[in-house]
Design a protein around this ligand. Structure first.
Ligand code: SAM
Length: 451
């Protein structure tokens, strides 16, 4: 909309911009077109737009043929958009975008995030939508200039801080351009800027424990002027070795370390498991007959290559809200890399028993122990890769320590969301999980803890 149209529309719908809702409407159509073009929308894209207002960006997004979910807090604007856009590819949802559950977006697959964000709540909104695990595959966002600078900052600059690193450890952030106040009605009090964020590719950064990384960064920036060797003394007692390893100054402060050097510190504090077994230490799986009776041991490659019957465990972990923890398998896995899977799962090794293997897998993959209840046993099939599977459930206290060599990310998901997600996008899941989930849903006792 042009300036005169925005003015006329606001008068027509009797709305005067509400400052506390960050209502500054974009009237530069060339800029609106440019912003949406940056998102490179195609007809099969799904877009979530935060704060569509009068639809400055929404119109262009819809013109691309993409589906748009628009989250607007002001009921008058939400009504106006529904009335004005009348397009079957848009859903306008009235409500606070901070109350929207971004996990819903997994049902729509990779989702693009668009918005001229309301500045009073921009950082909370951004962090909520990009928190891991996230379905966002690209974001083009207008923010306060100062916030955009912080997110895209480089080491040794005043804007470089904990927020920079926490975001940049999962996303690449590009500062696109500054935006003058004059493109908005009314003009905001602060300068604006556009950024583009895109998730880092699997394997782009060395494996590290995300929780350790976050803790170190927060501690390191808690006193910006203080040397890290003092701030991190209890976490990294051998600071000289860390300096040799990371190649930074002995007296470095938090703002001097690059993302890679921070990750290096996290790897010193909690070293990830080796990516591959040592040569001469092959995994030996028990090959079993139709009745799950032990026949012989065979190498993993032979078992999988020749589709031999073998044994596995899957574990479903629920939180107090009855949500199921799903893990995203590492991109390095030889089978079903990057797919969503049971909370923990793995093969029985040697002549190990099912119950013992379940405890071991839980500890190895998530770093927890819990009282495990048997749910049911699944027979071998093509879907399970000829595995006999014992499925377990538990409600552990946590917190989990995800093993980076095995797991890319993970999170709790409501069970009805998993049903809809599986229905809409079965390819997002490992086939073994799908079989276990179906079996779990069919099992009568399944209805007790989860919702
Ligand atoms: N996208 C429009 C544009 O470019 O002209 C409007 C941008 S304006 C800066 C921010 C918009 O976010 C307003 O429409 C405002 O009502 C809406 N908004 C404010 N707080 C919100 C929240 N918590 N959740 C969803 N929308 C919100």
């Amino acid at each position: 909309m042009k300036l005169s149209e925005i003015d006329a529309t606001l008068r027509q719908i009797r709305v005067s911009p509400v400052k506390t809702l960050g209502q500054n409407f974009l009237h530069d159509q060339n800029l609106a077109r440019w912003i949406v073009a940056k998102a490179e929308l195609a007809a099969d894209d799904f877009v979530v737009e935060i704060g569509p207002g009068l639809g400055a960006l929404t119109e262009f997004a819809l013109a691309s043929g993409a589906h748009v979910l628009a989250l607007e807090k002001d009921a008058r604007l939400a009504d106006f958009l529904r009335e004005n856009l009348r397009n079957e590819r848009i859903e306008v949802r009235h409500g606070d975008a901070l109350d929207f559950d971004p996990r819903e977006l997994f049902v729509h697959g990779p989702v693009k995030l668009l918005g001229n964000l309301p500045y009073y709540v921009a950082s909370q909104l951004l962090l909520r939508f990009i928190a891991q695990p996230s379905a966002i595959s690209l974001g083009v966002l207008m923010l306060q200039n100062e916030m955009a600078r912080r997110l895209s900052a480089q080491p040794r600059s005043p804007e470089y801080g904990a927020l920079t690193l926490l975001v940049q450890s999962s996303y690449k952030v590009e500062f696109l351009r500054s935006v003058p106040k004059t493109v908005f009605l009314p003009e905001p009090e602060v300068d604006s800027a556009l950024i583009e964020i895109s998730p880092r590719a699997p394997g782009e950064l060395p494996d590290h424990d995300a929780e350790t990384f976050r803790r170190l960064v927060r501690t390191g920036f808690s006193q910006r002027r203080k040397q890290l060797r003092k701030l991190l003394r209890s976490e990294v007692p051998d600071w000289s070795a860390a300096v040799d390893d990371g190649g930074f100054d002995l007296r470095a402060r938090a703002e001097e370390l690059t993302l890679a050097q921070w990750i290096g510190l996290a790897r010193i504090v909690r070293s990830p498991a080796p990516e591959n077994r040592a040569p001469g230490d092959p995994e030996l799986f028990p090959v079993v007959d139709q009745g799950d009776q032990f026949v012989r041991l065979a190498h993993r490659a032979e078992v999988h290559g020749d589709n031999l019957r073998h044994r596995a465990v899957h574990i479903f972990l629920f939180n107090a809200a009855g949500e199921l923890f799903l893990q995203k398998r590492s991109w390095r896995k030889d089978r079903h890399p990057g797919t969503w899977d049971s909370s923990a799962a793995g093969h029985l090794e040697g002549e190990e028993e099912y119950d013992i293997a379940a405890v071991r897998e839980l500890k190895e993959e998530l770093g927890v122990t819990a009282k495990l209840d048997r749910v049911r046993k699944l027979g071998p099939s093509d879907q399970t890769g000829q595995e006999f599977i014992w499925l377990y459930r538990a409600q552990p206290e946590g917190p989990f320590q995800l093993e980076p060599a095995e797991i890319e990310t993970g999170g709790f998901f409501p069970t009805d969301l998993i049903d809809r997600w599986r229905e809409a996008r079965p390819g997002d899941f490992a086939p073994g999980f799908i079989e276990c989930w179906k079996a779990f849903r069919e099992t009568k006792c399944a209805g007790t803890a989860e919702r």
